[in-house]
Every structure is written in structure tokens, then in C-alpha cells.
Ligand binder design. Structure first.
Ligand code: GAP
Length: 508
């Protein structure tokens, strides 16, 4: 499907770089690449896994939460109960001339008359959209044809389970539902105590009407979702006290932006409770660790009429990109909506017996939901560096914790035993758990450039001196300077530098 997307040279250039350097590959490319599907190439796949591991470490392991992996295909009954069968839809219009379909709110948001009005298309109801489309004379972006009325289109991919007696099923549009379905068994196995955090990383599927903006709005993507189940009587978080003075940048419903302490966000009712405030702070730490500068993102309070059907309060993390400010994390106070809906629809008790209160409680849920592709895109945008007098090539300033490799290893020349020695160094570093790659061809300058171009923080060169004294050069990506080290010290040194995020030679 053709989209109504307006040209964006900066973003298009970055997509081109990302494709040329094996970060991403349009899916099924030799068959014409259907819109909204991307593969990860070797470099992108490595970065994606490191982003996911960073999330695991920060959001699950450091919090003592559980990770599970649930199936992507679920029976229809799940989505009837969750409300997705009825509500998970976007507004669409078709062109009466060419029959192409578009997302009504996107078309409206891009029309000059509507932009000038200062209004927001997000969250408008179908009739409001239809009226505005007429008022601002929005037409088909292909052939200026007249548009139909606005209808709703359910975005779930439908499928069927089994041959013969087929059972209707859907590819999940969020990973969260699998967690709600497994909740009762997990909480029982872990002593039936609240609060409990359960998370997962996995694929989600949405048949987006206009996939667009590269990997920002796709039809198959990965989510990192945490469901924090708690007793609604206690809207507090045990770690809140230690972070309550930390500040976050908040964009409020009237569009103003201000720095608020976590304590203020709760006191002023910007966020519904301490729990949500605490997880917003965790997101801030995670985004900074992944290489997105603090002044390039903020938290946006979502107006009531734009919150999902299950939520009693939503805050998005939005990032400044060449596509404008985009939502990359959605945090929702889902209350007991999902557990109660599934309990009712399945006839299964999903409450937890609270010993101190001698009664059963249906837990409430706060859910921070992160999209991997959007985080990946923001990291690419904010770590991309142009050519400069110091570096005659474009490069990526990834923090070592998310770079695709810890280091690349080069023999200075492919002779006099240097190639074999470089292979030995590569094997030694791999044995110690580092992700390394031995690159033998091209001039040494070209190899440094290639490593910089995909953001490798350290390069190791085996040269003639190595053959005499077992030392190598360790080159630092950001300033291009070098230090000389014993091979035996390399693994420990690189691991330590990477852990501390040090990418300049003065730290050697
Ligand atoms: N479980 C709640 C949920 O799924 P959401 O705001 O619809 O909430 C959460 O999605 C995150 O998933 C978004 O903030 C975004 O990062 C990512 N996401 C959603 N739709 C996406 C799409 N079509 N392409 C890429 N990422 C998407």
C-alpha cells in the first residue's frame, strides 16, 4: 500500500545508511518488500539483542521480576475478553477514485489547513474526523479524489488453528495478554504474594493501515513489556523514597513542558501513583544508557479521550526525531481490567488471597510497554555522527553496552604470522565472553572506518611488535587514539572500559 508520507530527506538518508550497513533489510526484498516489514541484518540483530538485554537487566533482573515467553497466536476468546476484538481499530477513509485506504487521522494531521488550526487529530472520533476532513477539504494524496466517510478497521491479523474444525485465532497485537493468561499459575508458583512483576520480550503484530517512517510504524515488531501486579490498596512503591527527588521533563495536557520531581508528579496527579512514577524514572535511565541524550526525550501525559480502552491513566515517553516527537514507550495504569475480564470470560478465579487482609484481591497492573524498533530508531538517530575534520566518514557513537561488537581485531598485514596471531586474539576474546570479529581485508585505515561506521567502540591491531612482545594496539573509536597493551590484559581491559562506557584513549 502506498502511503501518504511526506518526503523526509534526513530520515531517508539514515534508513539508507541502516540498510547499506546491515542494520535492517526490507523483508522479502526480492519479492518487492510488502510495506511495514523489516528484517534485522547481522549488525542490527546484535544491537537489538543488546537493547533487549539492557531492558532485561534494568526492568526485570535488577527489580527481581520474572521473565516469560508466551505464544504469538492466541484464540479469539482471549481478544473478545481483552476488548481488542471490539476496540483495537483505527479510523480509515478510502479514495472514491483510486480506492486506496488511508488512516483518517494521519491524513488530516498532514493537511495544511488543519495544521494551521493548531488542533490535534489524535484521539478524534470518526464523526469528528469526517467533519474535519470536509472542513479542511482533505483529498486523496495520490489523485486528489474525494474521500469516503470514516470507518473503523480492526488491526489484528486473523488466522485459524488446525485443519478441518478450524478455530478462529489472532496474532497478538501486544505481548501483554500472554502474561495475564499465565498470571495465576506464576503467582501461585511464587508463593501467591503481591506485588509481583512479570515481563516478556516478543513479537507483536498490527495490520497498520499506513505503515510508515521506516521501522517506526511497522506491521510486525518487538515489544518489551512489564506487567507489575499489586494490591490496589497500596498505591506505593518500595523504592520510591530513594528516587522521589529525581526530576523528569513532563509535557502536560495543555502542551507546556516542565521539570518535575517524581514526588511532584504524584502530588499533582500528573501520574496516578508512585508505582508509575518509579517506572517512568527507570525508563529515563534506560534511554540515557542506550545513548539517547536527556534533552531529546520527555514524558507526555495522554489526555483522557486518547487513552486505550483498558487504562486509567497513560504517560508516553516521546523522543525528538527527524519524524518529530514520536511515542516510544507507553505506560498505562491498566487497573484490574484484564484480569477481571479474563476471569469473567473464562470462569477462572484470577484473584490472589491476601493473608494480612484475609480476603481475595484482584491485583491492579501498571504496565510500561516499550517498542524495540522505535527505541532502535531513536538510538540510530541520536548516535549518528556526520563526517568532521577529525573523521572523514560518518559513524555511530553507540555506548559500548549496546554496540554491535565489543571489538574488531585486525592483522596489520596478512603475512609473517600476523593473520594467525589475530585469529588467536579473536578466539581468546570470544572465550572470555566478548563479541568480536576479525577483519582482515583492506587498508588499516579503511578497516578502522568500517568499524566506526557501525559503531564498534574498540579496534585491536596485531602488528610486527606483537610478534616480538605479545602486545597489541587498542584503538578508541571516538578520538581515534591508541594505547599499547599485553594480549593477556586485553579481555579484562575491554570488558572494564565497556562497562564504564569509556570510548576515548585518555581512559586507557
Ligand atoms: N501493551 C500496551 C501497548 O501495546 P502501545 O502504546 O500500543 O501499548 C507500546 O504500544 C509500544 O509498542 C509503543 O510505544 C511503540 O514503541 C511500540 N509500537 C506500537 N505499535 C507499533 C508499530 N506499529 N510499529 C512499531 N512499534 C510499535
Amino acid at each position: 500500500m502506498k502511503s501518504s508520507e511526506t518526503p523526509n530527506p534526513k530520515a531517508e538518508r539514515l534508513i539508507d545508511v541502516a540498510i547499506r550497513r546491515s542494520f535492517i533489510i526490507p523483508s522479502a526484498e526480492i519479492y518487492g518488500s510488502p510495506a511495514g516489514f523489516y528484517d534485522y541484518g547481522p549488525v542490527g540483530c546484535a544491537i537489538k539483542h543488546r537493547l533487549e538485554n539492557l531492558w532485561r537487566s534494568e526492568m526485570l533482573q535488577k527489580e527481581g521480576f520474572h521473565e516469560i515467553e508466551t505464544t504469538c497466536i492466541l484464540p479469539e476468546a482471549v481478544f473478545k475478553a481483552s476488548g481488542h476484538a471490539e476496540n483495537f481499530s483505527d479510523p480509515v477513509v478510502s479514495c472514491k477514485k483510486c480506492n486506496q485506504r488511508f488512516r483518517a487521522d494521519h491524513l488530516l494531521a498532514e493537511s495544511p489547513g488543519f495544521i494551521a488550526s493548531g488542533a490535534k487529530a489524535e484521539g478524534m472520533q470518526p464523526q469528528e474526523l469526517a467533519d474535519a476532513i470536509r472542513k479542511y477539504k482533505v483529498a486523496c494524496p495520490n489523485d486528489l479524489g474525494e474521500l469516503t466517510d470514516v470507518t473503523r478497521f480492526n488491526m489484528m491479523f486473523k488466522t485459524a488453528i488446525g485443519a478441518g474444525e478450524e478455530r478462529v485465532a489472532y496474532c497478538r497485537p501486544e505481548t501483554a495478554q500472554g502474561i495475564f493468561l499465565d498470571f495465576a499459575r506464576i503467582v501461585r508458583n511464587y508463593g501467591s504474594r503481591l506485588p509481583i512483576g512479570i515481563g516478556q520480550v516478543g513479537r507483536s503484530f498490527r495490520n497498520e493501515i499506513s505503515p510508515r517512517q521506516g521501522i517506526v510504524r511497522v506491521r510486525e515488531f518487538s515489544q518489551m513489556e512489564l506487567e507489575y501486579f499489586f494490591n490496589p490498596k497500596y498505591q506505593t512503591h518500595p523504592k520510591f523514597e530513594s528516587v522521589k527527588g529525581e526530576k523528569l521533563a513532563f509535557e502536560l495536557e495543555d502542551g507546556t513542558v516542565s521539570e518535575c520531581t517524581l514526588a511532584e508528579t504524584v502530588e499533582r496527579g500528573i501520574v496516578p501513583n508512585q508505582i508509575m512514577a518509579y517506572f517512568l524514572w527507570k525508563q529515563e535511565r534506560l534511554y540515557i544508557a542506550a545513548g539517547v541524550p536527556r534533552d531529546k526525550f520527555r514524558f507526555r501525559k495522554i489526555p483522557k479521550n486518547d487513552t486505550p480502552h483498558y487504562s486509567r491513566g497513560n504517560i508516553d515517553l516521546v523522543v525528538d526525531t527527524s519524524y518529530g516527537w514520536i511515542e516510544t514507550v507507553g505506560t498505562a495504569y491498566r487497573t484490574d481490567y484484564d484480569l477481571s475480564s479474563h476471569a469473567k470470560a473464562s470462569g477462572t478465579d484470577l484473584s490472589v488471597f491476601v493473608e494480612e487482609e484475609k480476603k481475595k484481591v484482584v491485583p491492579h497492573v501498571v504496565e510500561p510497554s516499550m517498542g524495540v524498533e522505535r527505541m532502535f530508531w531513536c538510538v540510530l538517530e541520536h548516535c549518528f555522527r556526520e563526517k568532521s575534520p577529525e573523521k572523514d566518514w560518518e559513524w555511530f557513537d553507540f555506548p559500548p553496552s549496546i554496540a554491535p561488537y565489543h571489538a574488531w581485531v585486525f592483522p596489520l598485514m596478512r603475512k609473517d604470522g600476523m593473520e594467525e596471531k589475530a585469529r588467536e586474539v579473536e578466539a581468546l576474546l570470544r572465550e572470555s565472553g566478548l563479541i568480536v570479529y576479525c577483519q582482515e581485508s583492506g587498508s588499516i585505515g579503511k578497516r578502522y572506518a568500517r568499524a566506526d561506521e557501525i559503531g564498534v567502540p574498540y579496534c585491536i591491531t596485531v602488528d610486527y611488535d606483537t610478534m616480538k612482545d605479545d602486545t597489541v594496539t587498542l584503538r578508541f573509536r571516538n578520538d581515534g587514539k591508541q594505547a599499547r597493551l599485553k594480549i593477556g590484559e586485553l579481555a579484562g581491559k575491554i570488558a572494564a572500559l565497556a562497562k564504564e562506557g569509556k570510548v576515548n584513549a585518555d581512559f586507557a
